[in-house]
Write a protein that binds this ligand. Structure first.
Ligand SMILES: Cc1cc2nc3c(=O)[nH]c(=O)nc-3n(C[C@H](O)[C@H](O)[C@H](O)COP(=O)(O)O)c2cc1C
Length: 417
């Protein structure tokens, strides 16, 4: 059972520090009618935080975090506005981003009493490998924008906490370094780039021992209408050149090292189902499609021999469908039956969220932003604590409904309001 360090007495509140003082001053400025009269932008502080109800005090040590939102607020405080904007952004009105969170409220747990829950086992097997928990780390590009150790720090945390990690095509650490830090090969997420480059990525991932290729199919163009991100970029007075060349964004992307960029074309909006067969012809890795949200596409996945699906809307950052993944999950589960694993991500912030998806038939649940908040806040340690908190919360949810293993979680474990 997970040690419950959350219930140790809270630490005394630290005296006001210069950062807090600055925050207070900015808050005062943001509310000042003078700024509005001058037509200057109001501070974006407080906006686009997923959980705004926690007061202003930031945690200063990793152990102080009571839930993943404590890391969110610290990440926002620490990161340059442009990087925070990239991390937080949905698209357009952020309707899909919000829908992902709102959907959890439509379900409740159905507690059961007098079950011996002294031992909880949340092990889950995926493609023949047993994991200690069904929670995994989603692919996310550019992790050095949050911490200098980026994906390698995440890999160390995934190793120490025993979680599956999926590495993005947009990784800022080399795949081989990440695998070395993780100890076993990660799953590799693929964005196609034109066949010659795509093939080089697949070959490299296979040579590095990656067992699973995750083809993301929901982001049709490399750049979306990420309005929140664009607003934060406008607030950022730094020169981007400090971190990366805005005209050469691939320079920090390690998968592109040594690649003939002339062969690069963004072909995502021309992808069709034929891609599955083309990939199958060049690799023995399992092929998982990320971004499937309808029963029709789930059935096509079976037809084309896909090995697994990830029900995902990219955390609300790809398309403004306004449709939560928790609400698309049941029809995908129904269409697929038990033939292949149905994994889900987007909006998971609590153990109870994860529990609800498992009750609706998900095999495993991915998190994106929460571990990036942990990374930005405290590096490896922050990611570790995010994972620990989510496992602890999932364990409590399982105990509440008397489920001692994941197989004992069923549709009867939850109800709909
Ligand atoms: C900053 C950021 C970068 C991302 N980059 C990728 C990526 O390179 N490839 C990909 O398939 N998904 C990417 N995603 C989507 C995640 O894999 C995942 O679907 C999403 O974050 C889950 O939602 P959540 O952030 O609400 O947990 C990214 C997400 C974020 C927040």
């Amino acid at each position: 059972m997970i040690e419950d360090s959350r219930f140790s007495p809270p630490k005394p509140v630290t005296p006001v520090n210069p950062t807090t003082g600055r925050r207070e001053f900015l808050k005062f400025l943001a509310g000042s009618p003078l700024l509005a009269a001058l037509g200057l932008p109001l501070s974006l502080r407080g906006q686009y935080l997923e959980n705004n109800e926690m007061g202003e005090r930031l945690i200063t040590e990793v152990e102080e975090a009571l839930n993943v939102f404590d890391f969110e607020r610290l990440a926002k405080d620490k990161l340059p506005p442009a990087h925070w904007g990239y991390l937080a952004s949905g698209v357009e009105d952020n309707a899909t981003l919000r829908a992902n969170r709102e959907a959890f409220k439509n379900f409740h747990l159905r507690p059961r009493r007098l079950v011996d829950v002294s031992s909880i086992d949340m092990a889950r097997t995926l493609f023949g490998i047993q994991w200690d928990s069904p929670i995994f780390l989603c692919p996310a590009a550019s992790q050095k924008a949050y911490h200098p150790e980026g994906e390698v720090a995440v890999a160390r945390a995934a190793k120490s906490q025993g979680h599956l990690q999926v590495l993005s095509t947009g990784t800022t650490s080399s795949l081989e370094d990440v695998n070395a830090a993780r100890g076993t090969p990660v799953w590799f997420q693929l964005y196609t780039q034109g066949w010659e480059i795509t093939r080089s990525f697949v070959d490299r991932a296979e040579a590095a021992g990656c067992p699973v290729l995750v083809l993301t199919v929901d982001q049709l163009r490399p750049h979306q209408n990420s309005e929140t991100q664009f607003r934060y970029i406008r607030e950022d007075t730094r020169s981007c050149i400090q971190c990366h060349d805005p005209d050469d964004r691939l320079r920090n992307k390690r998968m592109f090292d040594g690649v003939n960029l002339e062969a690069r074309e963004s072909d995502r909006d021309q992808l069709t189902w034929d891609i599955v067969g083309k990939l199958r012809d060049i690799t023995d890795m399992k092929i998982v499609l990320k971004g499937i949200v309808t029963r029709e596409d789930a059935q096509l996945c079976l037809k084309y021999g896909v090995d697994g699906v990830i029900v995902s809307n990219h955390g609300g950052r790809a398309q403004e469908t306004g449709w939560a993944t928790l609400d698309s999950l049941p029809e995908v589960v129904e269409a697929v039956g038990e033939k292949i694993p149905v994994i889900v991500d987007s909006g998971f912030r609590r153990g109870t969220d994860i529990f609800k998806a498992l009750a609706l038939g998900a095999t495993a649940v991915g998190i994106g932003r929460p571990y990036l908040w942990g990374l930005a806040a405290f590096g490896q340690e922050g990611v570790e604590r995010v994972l620990e908190l989510l496992r602890l919360e999932l364990e409590l949810a399982m105990m509440s409904v008397g489920a001692r293993t994941l197989d004992e979680i069923s549709p009867q474990s939850i109800g709909r309001h």
